[in-house]
Design a binder for this molecule. Sequence first.
Ligand code: G3P
Ligand code: MG
Length: 403
Amino acid sequence: MATKLRPLVDSAWTTVARQRRPQRIPQPQFHPPQCRRFETKVSVPQHPSFAFAFDIDGVLVRSANPLPGAHEALKYLQDQRIPFILLTNGGGRSETERVADLSEKLDIKLDVGMFVQSHTPFADMHDYKDKTVLIMGGDYDKCARVAREDYGFGTVVTPADIVCAYPDIWPFSANFMDYYKSFARPLPKPVNPASLSESLKIDAIFIYNDPRDWGLDSTVILDLLLSKQGYLGTLSSKNGDASLPNHGYQQDGQPHLYYSNPDLWWASSYHLPRLGQGGFREAFAGLWRAVTNDAELQKTIIGKPYQPTYEFAERRLRAHRKKLFGHVGLNEPLKRVYMVGDNPESDVRGANNYHSPHGSQWRSILVKTGVYQDGSEPSCKPTMILDGVQEAVRWAVEDANKA
Ligand code: G3P
Ligand code: MG
């Protein structure tokens, strides 16, 4: 079923909880949990009424390396026919590519339908499929290809396309032009403020993955949010008009701005947490405040911990369960989902706050193999804190058995 991601402006899920730098900085040396042969004390019914959602980075893999017990835990679930999905705030390449890569790393057969990246819900934004969308972030034109080839957006433009056609739009990208030229495509229309019907108009801005060139990307977003109706190279006469709502900013048919991943921090292979897409979001928010003298920035953010992403994930999980069980097993409703994650702000907060439209109850399990540092107080309290994914699955299966 098609989902409309409402361009809400000021609701709870567009207001990002501040993610402070963890007081204890994650250290490069972490102690992976011991990997033991997987066994539980319980027997699992033929059609279990529980299921799992797994975060990826910091739970199943860390950078390119699988975490101990990840293969064993997922293999056990598959053998027992316990449904699960993978729910990540990562992205930047096609779901098919990422699933193939993960299947190989974990030596587990995974289906693309079991997989939700930060930008996957954008695939259902049918209102924009015949419009012109600006796709930002990630390496080369990988995100633009996802939008075009996998999600079916008809007219996709990238900042690289724009700067190659008009290098003066951001002269400080001059040193990166060889890179941009290696994948840029011609613009569907020129920038022609003198004749708007023949000029490039952007209908929505989607940030699929972490921007690489913050200067160029910020400039292009800013130009569009200050434009008349999304025509690049124009300026709205409403900007700064105190008689209008929001002092006239974003009141003139400008494209809506969508972020796919709220994470301020994420755990890479570096020993200190690195800024994620949320870092760019905060930097742009500061720029917007300075330029507009503190006008509100109207935007939509999806990804964990927000309700729409969890709803999307639950639909995927239910579809996967149906495929696994067939109609007979579906007489048994899905009652409980265990979200296993390493980030209190996205995985735990999301599962704790999620209200399932299908009445399932979500429980959060925080593991110690990623962002969360053992011994610190998590900013959002999980149902359980356990060493790693294997311990999480074992605990959850036994917990479900008590229900
Ligand atoms: O940018 C952060 C993202 O990579 C985190 O991924 O799998 O931990 O949600 P994940
Ligand atoms: Mg994670």
